[in-house]
Design a protein around this ligand. Structure first.
Ligand code: SIN
Ligand code: MN
Length: 200
């Protein structure tokens, strides 16, 4: 298994074979039938460019009331179960961790991006975060545990997995841009990022 370490971020290039990626996309389509993608707004009311849904016991929500985890989709339905393919990746790469309680599903259209941020809404920050990329390439920027300072970037490709634990768990990170239409995985183009987390 190939592993690259950048600023404490563990990157596993080509971790998921193509046929597993396709099976995962099928599983996600079924998740999104239960819990459709929504366009969140920031607590200040600015629409985010990424569309979101979730699977698992909790989903991450951003709206006028703030950032938080909720046990239900805004429609009132419970979130669907986390696809088994993802639970297996979690067990293989972070065996020391508790079971993931949230799989955030982020969908990036061609012009979508995500500003530099820390993942810090979880109760136990000793637990890792694991992210899976599907579809078009994305420029992932990695920084420091405080805002600003030197950063490094890497293009994440379909099937790549990133683990944030140890010093990288609280490091700032974001997506600068997507490379439109460079992957054939998603029929309608774009990129999906899946983030597995322990919430409680
Ligand atoms: C995130 O940090 O929430 C998403 C990262 C990514 O899209 O790769
Ligand atoms: Mn994040």
């Amino acid at each position: 298994m190939n592993k690259v370490l950048i600023r404490g971020f563990e990157i596993y290039p080509d971790y998921l074979p193509k046929e597993v990626q396709s099976d995962l996309v099928d599983a996600l389509r079924s998740c999104l039938m239960t819990a459709p993608l929504i366009r969140p707004v920031t607590p200040r009311g600015k629409p985010m460019s990424v569309r979101m849904s979730a699977a698992g016991a909790y989903g991450w929500i951003s709206d006028r009331k703030g950032y938080r985890y909720e046990a239900r989709h805004p429609s009132g339905v419970a979130w669907p179960a986390i696809p088994k393919i993802l639970l297996d990746v979690w067990t293989e790469l972070v065996p020391e961790a508790r079971r993931p309680e949230c799989c955030l599903i982020n969908w990036y259209a061609d012009s979508a991006k995500m500003g530099m941020h820390q993942d810090s809404d979880e109760a136990d920050l000793s637990q890792p975060v694991l992210s899976v990329s599907l579809g078009d390439d994305a420029l992932f920027r990695m920084g420091n545990t405080t805002r600003g300072g030197k950063t490094e970037s890497v293009w994440l490709k379909s099937g790549d997995v990133v683990v944030m634990r140890g010093s990288a768990r609280q490091a700032f990170h974001g997506i600068d841009r997507i490379k439109p239409n460079n992957s054939a995985l998603l029929a309608d183009g774009g990129r999906i990022n899946l983030t597995l987390r322990v919430v409680t």
